[in-house]
Write a protein that binds this ligand. Structure first.
Ligand code: 5GP
Ligand code: ZN
Length: 144
């Protein structure tokens, strides 16, 4: 079996597994995440199977990310959340559990609404020179 044949989201796209559709066009499908971390928690996926952000070319990324404002605004118009997080997990240690690229849209209803993002600021550990060195190191690996 190929990765695509084993993929839950490809099965959803094929209609083999039912889903609650929010939006669909030729390139992209958006549906409710079964976990509903917050009410209206939606996933946007490309119809073309790609494992994660590393395996996604610019043209496909454009298609997926271009639909984020459209779906975000629909969620906002429907449930008037106080905020919204856009999240993409890549590889297991970063929380990816389904290996078909997906963007989470998580409407927020307050501090204790089911979603929690722990964000520890480490700014004191880095001098401006450290930041320049890190930026330069990453920059050298940017490919066209
Ligand atoms: P990840 O953990 O990879 O960032 O997100 C995968 C998400 O897919 C999870 O939040 C999980 O709840 C959701 N999910 C897994 N299986 C299914 C399914 O069969 N149907 C739907 N609608 N969502 C699913
Ligand atoms: Zn897939």
């Amino acid at each position: 079996m190929t990765q695509k044949e084993e993929c839950i989201f490809c099965k959803i796209l094929d209609g083999e597994i039912p889903s609650a559709k929010v939006y669909e066009d030729e390139e992209v499908y958006a549906f409710l995440d079964i976990s509903q971390v917050t009410k209206g928690h939606t996933l946007i996926i490309p119809k073309h199977h790609t494992k994660d952000i590393y395996h996604t070319d610019a043209a496909l990324a454009e298609k997926v990310f271009a639909r984020v404002p459209k779906v975000a605004n629909a969620i906002k118009a429907t449930y008037s959340p106080v905020g919204l997080n856009v999240l993409n997990n890549n590889e297991e240690p970063a929380g990816q559990s389904v290996f078909h690229l997906h963007i989470h849209l998580l409407p927020r209803y307050g501090k204790h609404d089911g979603f929690n993002l722990k964000w520890e600021v480490q700014a004191d550990d880095y001098t401006p020179e450290d930041l320049q060195q890190i930026a330069s190191a990453i920059s050298q690996n940017i490919s066209n």
